[in-house]
Design a protein around this ligand. Structure first.
Ligand code: 1CP
Length: 345
């Protein structure tokens, strides 16, 4: 594929770039009035996710409206549990709910290792359409949830601040947890490979709930499965974003992935020292900073860019952009990255 703008791929591969590339987690979503307009016509979130033409439309919105250097396919991490036979509902105010939670050996046995051609074709179809529509303007990022983060939702049955039911399984039935994690991992590997075949130029693994684990539990229940995923994906650069896993940065440096995502609690210089010089880092402005005045956003973004340095950095927020963020403030963040000139000394 010949791209008009492949800054993000070059940065992910560790090559020098004219400027730092930028995109935002949750860039396709409720910050954009154009997204809300599409959403209002529909029965719900799942209709948007499961209709390739619509998913394609909202995936593309941030390129035209915000000028980002990559798109992320509009979908959700919860499509994987669904493909395995554990369906979810997206309730308007409450978020995701799983009517049938996974808690016993029988529950785990009932789950299938999904075939992406059969159970996730709506995602690969949306990717193909989007890549065709993009016509080389910017690369498309595919994604999946990390196995541990998906275990959280499947066992708990909904979002939670503590995921104590999920963690209870790790402490009381570790063998069962490992069986579940392995089934999720096998599905995820097949799914991510199908995304690459459909045209995803890079992939991100979201371990959104990494931060609730102790370092020891993270080593046992999350990292080995992320490692399997990274080892299986050989054709495109992979980013691992483990929110809250400040304690695992050195171990993440040893994963066979190209990029490590940082959240806003992670100090940039300390992260670079822990991760070493080889990998690309992504992040990490506090999403709440976008509530500040434009001048403050500019200054903070420039400080962040200086701290990361000119190479091996993909600018992003430290987590997804919040839905009540003013799109004009988002544009200030993106424009600041795109016009910043590093002093290469
Ligand atoms: O109707 C709506 O607009 C609902 C809000 C919404 C959106 C826009 C949900 C429900 N999912 C999404 C899309 C989405 N989800 C994307 C693609 C859009 C983009 O990034 O531009 C992606 C990458 C995700 C990934 C996702 N879903 C994660 C991992 C990233 C993260 O934020 O940590 C997680 C944890 C989810 C679960 C989920 N989906 C939706 C909600 C409200 C939640 C969180 C539930 C909770 O609080 O636990």
């Amino acid at each position: 594929m010949n791209y008009q703008n492949d800054l993000i791929l070059r940065a992910a591969r560790g090559e020098k770039t004219e400027r730092t590339p930028v995109w935002m987690m949750r860039q396709a979503g409720r910050i954009l009035p154009e997204y809300r307009a599409v959403r209002e016509r529909l029965s719900g979130f799942k209709e948007l996710v499961e209709t390739p033409e619509l998913a394609c439309e909202v995936t593309l919105q941030p390129v035209d409206l915000l000028g980002v250097d990559a798109v992320i396919i509009f979908s959700d991490i919860l499509v994987v549990p669904e493909a395995m036979g554990c369906t979810y509902l997206m309730e308007e105010k409450r978020g995701p709910v799983f009517p049938n939670v996974i808690r016993t050996q029988a529950d785990v046995d009932q789950l299938r290792v999904a075939d992406p051609q059969e159970h996730l074709a709506y995602v690969t179809e949306a990717i193909k359409l989007t890549v065709r529509e993009l016509n080389g303007r910017v690369p498309l990022i595919g994604f999946a949830g990390a196995p541990f983060t998906l275990l959280c939702y499947m066992t708990e049955g909904r979002g939670s601040k503590t995921f104590s039911i999920a963690k209870k399984m790790l402490y009381t039935e570790p063998a069962l947890a490992h069986q579940l994690l392995q089934k999720i991992t096998d599905t995820t590997i097949a799914y991510l490979k199908a995304q690459v075949q459909a045209g995803a130029a890079m992939l991100q693994v979201f371990d959104s709930w990494a931060g609730i684990l102790s370092p020891e539990q993270y080593r046992v229940f999350s990292l080995p499965y992320i490692r399997q995923i990274c080892e299986a994906i050989t054709d495109v650069p992979v980013t691992v974003f483990a929110k809250g896993a400040f304690f695992a940065r050195q171990e993440m440096a040893a994963l066979p992935c190209r990029t490590i995502g940082l959240d806003w609690n992670m100090d940039i210089a300390e992260s670079r020292a822990l991760v070493g010089p080889d990998k690309t880092l992504q992040g990490n402005l506090d999403p709440c900073l976008l509530y500040a005045e434009p001048a403050t956003i500019r200054t903070a973004t420039q400080e962040m860019l200086r701290a990361f340095g000119p190479d091996k950095h993909i600018a992003n927020l430290g987590h997804g952009v919040y839905p009540d963020t003013n799109p004009n403030h988002v544009k200030v963040f993106i424009e600041t990255v795109k016009t910043f000139q590093h002093d290469r000394g």
